[in-house]
Design a protein around this ligand. Structure first.
Ligand SMILES: NC(=O)c1ccc[n+]([C@@H]2O[C@H](COP(=O)([O-])OP(=O)(O)OC[C@H]3O[C@@H](n4cnc5c(N)ncnc54)[C@H](OP(=O)(O)O)[C@@H]3O)[C@@H](O)[C@H]2O)c1
Length: 382
């Protein structure tokens, strides 16, 4: 039995992780969880499933929940997330938090010698070097949940790293893939939140529409698989059937296919390298797929993808600035304070206006995260 801690259980990935674990209840058990502010949903989970420790955001929620569920230990806030991430009985931590808040719990879990199944790509974007060093020092596994990176991990099984020619990450193109830049000027939040293939949390759905998500994934892939940015290619594939591919030096390409169902990569990360039978994961009927389409990505149409490559190559404080600016700009857009194309403008401004620093440690990362957020809030009209 593998004991699992799930950070962000009330989110899109968190709930699907819950489904996978309940389906595979002979081998997987949830021992500790965190939620944010969605206390009604958390209560539904606690009425259905016993866990030993729960973290919520506010102390008052923790206090009130303790009156209802006296057998559970409640913790709260950022320190509470660390307690869940390092819970002594957990063997593996699923990080399904959204945003920069995921960095510290990831590092804490690794230092507590837990394997980590990572959905929270922002962790690797801002702290890739720190996470890699910690993984090497504490000798734990870091398993991707993102479908593209899971596909790459699956394609790499049985192959030597030195035989990789390039990684090919597929991109659906998000809600506005068929619109020109001119048409993007007046798009609404409601339109942006309608992803053609995937049902996901709000932030990643907007990131998909701007293609910032694909840029974050390129940086994530660089750190996960130790491949140069020159050897990571993004191609457009509107059907989201091929989740990504690896081209090897002999010319062979290995791809992983499936329906757009995140439970499959979640299960792969939780059970790696095993593949137990699951009746809930959807099956792809290859005879009904029809044609699959591919084309090169256009860095002029999607400037945030171009920016992510530049930022990834330069490193220093830039990934932190880009990530923080994106998180703030997306929040402003979701709060109807800015227009869609202003997301790009604000991120570009933050990256060009905040002075570049080549060497950063964890304190610097927190410092530049704050500075970039302040800049975006000022420019975004707060
Ligand atoms: N959704 C997908 O299909 C998908 C696919 C690939 C990768 N990812 C990545 O997976 C991560 C999670 O995405 P998601 O779509 O599942 O996000 P989501 O639906 O917005 O869920 C985020 C979770 O994090 C919690 N949370 C947010 N801010 C928090 C804070 N400051 N402190 C504590 N908890 C906090 C939320 O709690 P409350 O809701 O209770 O407030 C919720 O449980 C992201 O990094 C995303 O890029 C997602």
């Amino acid at each position: 039995m593998k004991n699992i801690a799930v950070l962000g259980i009330t989110g899109s990935i968190g709930l699907q992780t819950f489904e996978v674990i309940k389906e595979l209840n002979n081998e997987l058990r949830i021992i500790a969880i965190s939620a944010g502010n969605n206390i009604d949903l958390l209560k539904e989970i606690l009425d259905d499933y016993f866990v030993e420790m729960v973290c919520v955001r506010s102390g008052s929620d923790a206090y009130q929940l303790k009156q209802i569920y006296p057998k559970i230990e409640f913790v709260f806030g950022d320190e509470g997330l660390i307690k869940v991430a390092t819970y002594s009985k957990a063997d593996l931590v699923v990080n399904a938090l959204v945003g920069f808040v995921g960095l510290r719990p990831t590092l804490a879990a690794i230092k507590a010698k837990k394997d980590v199944a990572l959905a929270n790509k922002e962790t690797l974007v801002v702290g890739g070097r720190l996470v890699k060093d910690a993984i090497a020092e504490y000798k734990v596994k870091l398993l991707p949940i993102d479908s593209e990176h899971s596909a790459i991990l699956q394609a790499l099984q049985g192959n030597e790293h030195s035989s990789i020619s390039k990684l090919i990450i597929t991109a659906s193109g998000g809600s506005f893939r068929d619109k020109t830049r001119d048409q993007l000027k007046e798009v609404s939040k409601e339109q942006a939140l309608k992803h053609p293939n995937w049902s996901m949390g709000a932030k990643i759905t907007i990131d998909s529409a701007t293609m910032m998500n694909k840029g974050l994934e390129v940086i994530e892939a660089h750190w996960l698989f130790d491949v140069d940015f020159d050897d990571i290619e993004v191609i457009m594939h509107p059907e989201s059937i091929i989740h990504s591919m690896v081209e090897f030096k002999d010319g062979a390409i290995i791809a992983q296919l499936g329906t757009p169902d995140m439970r499959i990569p979640i299960q792969y990360a939780l059970c790696y390298p095993k593949r137990p039978y699951s009746k809930i994961n959807s099956r792809l009927d290859i005879t009904k797929v029809g044609s699959l389409n591919f084309k090169a990505s256009d860095h002029h149409r999607f400037p945030l993808l171009r920016l992510a490559y530049e930022v990834g190559r330069l490193q220093g404080n830039l990934p932190t600035i880009m990530n923080a600016a994106n998180e703030e700009a997306v929040s402003l857009f979701l709060a109807d304070k800015i227009k869609f194309l202003q997301i790009e403008d604000l991120i570009m401004q933050a990256c060009s206006e905040i002075p570049f620093v080549a060497e950063v440690d964890i304190e610097d990362i927190f410092y530049y995260d704050k500075i970039a957020r302040q800049l975006v809030q000022q420019k975004g009209g707060y």
